[in-house]
Write a protein that binds this ligand. Sequence first.
Ligand SMILES: *Cc1c(COP(=O)(O)O)cnc(C)c1O
Length: 423
Amino acid sequence: MNHFEVRGGELHCESVPLSRIADEVGTPVYVYSRATFERHYTVFRDALVQAGVVAPLVAYAVKANSNVSVLRILGDLGAGADTVSEGEIRRALAAGIPGERIVFSGVGKTRSEIAFALKAGVSEINVESEPELKLVAAVAEELQLRAPIVFRVNPDVAAGGHAKIATGKAENKFGVSFAEAARLYVNASNHPHLNPLGVACHIGSQITDLAPFEAAFRKMRGLAESLRAEGLTVERLDLGGGLGVPYFNQPDPPAPAAYAAMVAKVVEGLPDIRLAFEPGRVIAANAGVLLASVIHLHERPEGRKFLVLDAAMNDLIRPAMYDSFHDIRPVRETDADPVPLDVVGPVCETGDTFTRERLLPPMGPGDRVAFMSAGAYGAAMASEYNSRPLVPEVLVDGDRFAIIRKRPTYEEMLADEVPGEWR
Ligand SMILES: *Cc1c(COP(=O)(O)O)cnc(C)c1O
């Protein structure tokens, strides 16, 4: 459920008509619903608690939507943050999320990033390889502390809607194998500057079926038990993110309650374990839209019709990168019969096509459309490609809204580009 709905023939975000935001802020612009973010986080956490999971750490995956105002909404509700760079840790801290609720993941953390994370007191560093384990140990020794680590293992399970977002197969770059995990866990347990807490997995994104999760989680439980059987301490099980969302006309993903019940069943009878989760998309996707204006309707003589928007692949890259589907809705409802339209942006790439032959009411210059379910992996992946200033972001709260990331001016876009002194 989300808070984008038609009222009086006009698409609203909560109680604010999207056309008002378009008039005042201009387009393209991302628009987020605070109530939807709050609802999605609360539904996910409550589902776990109601299924019997005690004190879960729900570490929102910052990369899905990393605006500090969004992080603050979630952090104020008690969310943690799953981060993959120093920049993301800094964002989480800036949003008031304490280190003890921050997870630091990623396959290529640098020495300085690890030092920053340790000094920030993160809850766990998810170690993804043996060389990384050595690096974390060296940095912890330099800082004279014990690094809280969790081994990210690769459960070798196929999952994820698209090859580019599947992460849990042995051929992917993520995590150590089960055999390596057991050996490295022993080493780490004997190291004065490492404090191994447990194991983690994250098998992919936009997963719309519980079976791969369950297969992976059963393997994780088995790993925790076999490590314990060797006398090692395992107190944390981080089950990652990846739960899919309905992007429209796709199979309905499992509800958080079904996911939580499955988790509870898998860990039943495993004592003294704290579970962590890293949901991103399921919290953010349906909490945001990308609002755009029509520049032209270009009709080819042979019949193809192109709806040219002021939003482009640099603002929303998912269709170009993952062939993903976004529902596109006119901001003002009309009775006109829909026609097949190719919806494109102005960027000089054929890939800058959001969809082909989508049935939409005929529209003309100045009309507005909303790309639905764009709150995750939308603004966070935006760029200035084609020298288009970075897309701004707006947050709606009831009947008011705030610009939470302003549109840069052209002067600002160019300001950091300085010639070499020898030019
Ligand atoms: C991307 C990522 C997530 C979040 O994935 P979603 O599909 O958005 O839930 C969680 N954990 C890790 C390690 C990730 O890389």
